[in-house]
Design a protein around this ligand. Structure first.
Ligand code: 9WO
Length: 236
């Protein structure tokens, strides 16, 4: 499941070019019983199973001796700190990050106490395991590793670097049924195109996520356009 995620697309190319390395480890390889048991019934009773702590501890010990100590050991959990652009950037600056994924109803608390150095959530929902969240984190973090995304401008331009949503994008054809590409984009006037994109990005952010505007890095021109957009909404 993890291999398929990371071998495709931009990430797969980065792996081939050895700009990033990704290792997938099966917790069952760090068990010692015949059934390779990674779970057990919860102390105190109740439904479901709990992931045992030792396979996590032994897996991280093996990673440490083979690859050196990780700079962060992150438990993927709905109870973790919210993952964000800023968290992705922080993790991208570390050399070696280990992500821990659980299954079943929960993970033995000693994994948090003894193995993980932090806990991250990608959103307020419960899944059947931590693997999809881990793939999300790997993807978002890898984008910030220099060389992974071909054109660095794509990374610097992304919504959350600027703190604003992207402007609308269009490619050929110039019209689909009655939906034409805005004339300004066909005009060749780079100054006007730049201002139109700015304005559309601000308009979208104001309409959908006004909270983002408080933290956004707005220049003087942005602030003028934003005031005008706000006044326009009030005027109607
Ligand atoms: C299961 C459960 C059942 C009833 C009530 C509460 C419950 N919580 C859980 C639970 O957290 N299960 C986890 C499943 C056990 C560890 C791995 N699992 C997981 C990780 N589900 N969702 C995530 C996750 C990780 C990061 N960001 C969002 C979700």
């Amino acid at each position: 499941m993890m291999d398929v995620m990371v071998r495709e697309g931009v990430l797969g190319r980065a792996l081939e070019r050895e700009i990033v390395q990704i290792g997938v480890h099966d917790l069952r390889d760090y068990t010692s019983d015949r059934h390779r048991t990674v779970d057990d019934a919860p102390y105190g009773g109740g439904p479901g199973m709990v992931m045992k702590a030792e396979p996590f501890a032994d897996a991280v010990a093996a990673i440490r001796s083979r690859f050196g100590p990780p700079d962060a050991v992150v438990l993927m959990s709905p109870q973790g700190r919210s993952f964000s652009h800023g968290e992705a950037l922080r993790l991208s600056r570390l050399r070696h990050v280990t992500l821990l994924c659980g299954r079943y109803e929960g993970v033995d608390e000693r994994v948090r106490e003894l193995v993980a150095t932090e806990e991250i959530s990608i959103g307020d929902y419960v899944l059947t395991g931590g693997e999809l969240p881990a793939a999300v984190v790997v993807d978002a973090v890898a984008r910030f590793v220099p060389g992974v995304v071909g054109d660095a401008r794509s990374v610097d331009d992304d919504s959350f670097v600027r703190g604003l949503f992207d402007h609308p994008h269009f490619t050929r054809p110039a019209a689909i049924e009655s939906h034409a590409v805005p004339d300004v984009l066909l005009s060749g006037h780079h100054g006007e195109i730049r201002r139109w994109r700015k304005r559309e990005a601000l308009k979208r952010t104001l309409a959908r996520r006004p909270d983002l505007l408080d933290a956004a890095a707005l220049d003087g021109e942005d602030q003028v356009i934003l005031e005008e957009l706000k006044n326009r909404v009030r005027g109607e």
